[in-house]
Design a protein around this ligand. Sequence first.
Ligand code: AHM
Ligand code: MG
Length: 328
Amino acid sequence: MNKNRTLGEFIIENQKHYQATSGEFSRLLSAIKLAAKIVSHKINKAGLIDIVGYSGSTNIQGEDQQKLDIYTNDVFINAITNREVVCGVVSEENDDFIILNDNALHNKYVVLIDPLDGSSNIDVNVPVGTIFSIYKRVTPIGTPVKKEDFLQKGNKQVAAGYIIYGTSTMLVFTTGNGVNGFTLNPAIGSFYLSHSDIKIPSNGNIYSVNEGNYYHFPQGIKEYLKYCQEVKAGVAYTARYIGSMVADFHRNMIKGGIYMYPNCNANYQGKLRLLYECNPIAFITEQAGGKAISGLQRVLDMQPLEIHERSPFYCGSIKMVEKLESFL
Ligand code: AHM
Ligand code: MG
């Protein structure tokens, strides 16, 4: 593997895979790359400057917004919209979708983001992430974007990825030709290809779920968890749960494992948002050879009805997800 390859070089070399000839899509990836560096820089200083803690406001889902939630949202939306390739944006932090007018009416991409996933972990120095999903609009170029441009099935995604702000900052993404991971060298501000063509081990021994919700889980999930704890004649799986999906998913993708956020009474539809959490991670999961379901259905085949809709979510090593399915 050539570790001297930067993300910028990789984007140029792979333009032929992006079903794009105009360079617009490459510019969009470059915008995400820039925003990731700015946010990474800020998060690394989170304990030093007045950026941790609550902002005093709540988002559409009634959740307290952290100062960094708002900062990250602004950075990504500015970076994405300034490149004149996007006609609309959905963000976890914005009540409604953002319509870009004037010249932007002629752009063909829409972006959906969770700017700061796991943000309740910032104050305690635990990894957080950014998740993004990119589609081509379905309404005519030259007109304002409509809800239907965002309510596309996950299997229509042009690209999806995440940035993990962990012990190092990594940008991991797919355009439907496998999954590649790039690690930021903060000294020179460049992402380098560090994990090429990532594949999730077909089996693993890590399960990740908030077992504090156990009482409310569907019966099949309770039985599967018992299986995880008794499996292989007394050799149990290992439980690992950070509470930042990007970090939990990233670890399981590298080591082999299953991530679960079931529906439960407290969060009847589950907690995670279909459009900017489940779908992008499901696309990456499948591109890495794993499986992602919402229960009995493939996540990428679900028809979204609302931009902030939630879904139960199970993803990871194919054999582990198939085993889970046998309990549902
Ligand atoms: P957020 O986008 O508001 O941070 O919420 C999503 C996060 C996921 O990263 C994480 O897996 C999950 O919420 C944790 O939820 P819980 O604390 O209920 O286990
Ligand atoms: Mg999130």
